[in-house]
Design a protein around this ligand. Structure first.
Ligand code: CTP
Length: 410
């Protein structure tokens, strides 16, 4: 697989040399493009020596008319010859130019001509990172489907401490390598075209009285990433979401609910039209079946709650799914694969996405996740830690493989 490594002009540019090496260690061919600003921090020679290839530095060569002609169209061939584009460090200026489609140097021009997956690894001062202008540009780039490998917290070159340090080069290289695996022509050709994907996301809230509720930890990010991915791959998407602080992904039909019972009713209202169901919601297992009409007054004595089980939506779907593909989630704190396999069987799922929860950096509120996919075919597929949007694509890659396998078995 061929990777285009674009290097922006920041202090972290020296780490891109490590990144070039890490990409090559993963068996990838690396073509480096340096912006003018990058060349103030690191020389083309470093990358040429590491990659054994010519390093591209500018849009218009000046040496001879022949060179000028070949370099004038080179950005098109570079765009066509590479499978994944990664920009590291992506400076605030570069993010702005990419977001707004500027084409004033080789890297930005190639970006516009490039149709494959794009990975951006920002690095900058933490105030620049937090600035609304930068965050809005990042949102534009995320909506475009690009993978953002978020910077780390730490001591920055400017002396400040905070977010802005380029992510670990091995982490960036892993994301690029995994994207290459999933960026099959099938995905580019909208492999979910014709499917209706019903997704549940977020927690449910079960009222105890008019001012209190019990709920589960869940940000909804994984479910929303799944909805976005399914939509981009051509599916019609119905997203049934518990209370979360996330905007509706573009083109998705969003139905907001609060309780497990409301979620169950919404799911069965839309079951007939669904061909794939993904149950990523963290549904509360217990509720008060009769909620007091008035606020329960505080007393000095211990109180206990008598809770009843909520309907198990996934288990009911397992009984009524017909030939639809049913994907459940399992949040476990131990015995991940065994727990997931027993849920797969007991709830009659085709696949269970199992997350080990209670670790740092993945799960609940995090932008990243790591999981094991347990399939009804008997396969167990580990998914390395990756941004949730990327994880969503890997899950749908397996869903579509499963669909083909189940068809073939019929
Ligand atoms: N689920 C559901 N309805 C419920 C509870 C869970 O549809 N009332 C679904 C979740 O959306 C998820 C799957 O079941 O897809 C597994 O959820 P999880 O909380 O891991 O498991 P539980 O079945 O609740 O079992 P336990 O809490 O004992 O692990």
């Amino acid at each position: 697989m061929n990777v285009l490594l674009g290097v922006g002009g920041g202090i972290a540019a020296y780490k891109s040399a490590e990144l070039a090496r890490a990409l090559m260690e993963r068996g990838l061919r690396v073509q480096v493009v340096l912006t003018d600003a990058a060349q103030r921090f690191i020389t083309p020679l470093t990358f040429a020596a590491l990659t054994g290839r010519k390093v591209i530095t500018n849009l218009f060569a000046t040496a001879s008319s022949e060179e000028t002609l070949s370099s004038a169209i080179e950005h098109i061939s570079v765009a066509q010859d590479n499978d994944v584009m990664v920009v590291a460090p992506a400076t605030a200026d570069l993010l702005a130019r990419l977001a707004y489609g500027h084409a004033d140097d080789f890297l930005t021009t190639t970006y516009l001509a490039f149709t494959g997956p794009v990975v951006l690894a920002p690095a900058m001062n933490s105030n620049m990172w937090a600035h609304p202008a930068t965050q809005e540009n990042l949102n534009i780039l995320r909506k475009r489907g690009h993978v953002i490998v978020e910077p780390e917290d730490g001591l920055l070159a400017c002396g400040m401490t905070g977010p802005g340090r380029l992510a670990e080069t091995n982490q960036i290289a892993d994301v690029v390598a995994s994207l290459g695996l999933t960026s099959s022509p099938v995905k580019a050709s909208k492999d979910l075209d014709g499917e209706t994907v019903l997704i549940t996301a977020g927690p449910t809230q079960e009222p105890l009285d008019p001012v209190r509720f019990i709920s589960n930890r869940s940000s909804g990010k994984m479910g929303y990433a799944l909805a976005e991915a399914a939509g981009e791959r051509g599916a019609r998407v119905v997203l049934i979401s518990g209370p979360v602080h996330l905007p509706a992904p573009p083109g998705v039909t969003l139905i907001r609910v609060h309780t497990a019972i409301e979620m169950r009713n919404a799911v069965f209202e839309h079951l007939a039209e669904a061909t794939i169901i993904v149950k990523s919601a963290a549904v509360a297992d217990y509720h008060l079946s009769r909620v007091p009409q008035h606020k329960v007054k505080k007393t000095a004595t211990r109180m206990s709650l008598e809770l009843d089980p909520t309907p198990d939506i996934l288990a009911e779907l397992g009984q009524k799914k017909g030939d639809r593909l049913l994907i459940g989630f399992a949040a476990e704190t131990e015995n991940l694969t065994e727990g997931a396999r027993s849920k797969l069987k007991s709830k009659n799922c085709d696949m269970v996405v199992a997350n080990l929860v209670g670790q740092d950096g993945t799960g609940f509120e995090s932008d990243e996740n790591e999981a094991v996919l347990v399939l009804s075919t008997g396969e167990t597929i580990p998914l390395q830690r990756a941004p949730k949007r990327e994880m969503a694509d890997r899950i749908f890659d397996q869903v579509m493989k499963l669909r083909l396998a189940l068809h073939a078995a019929q």
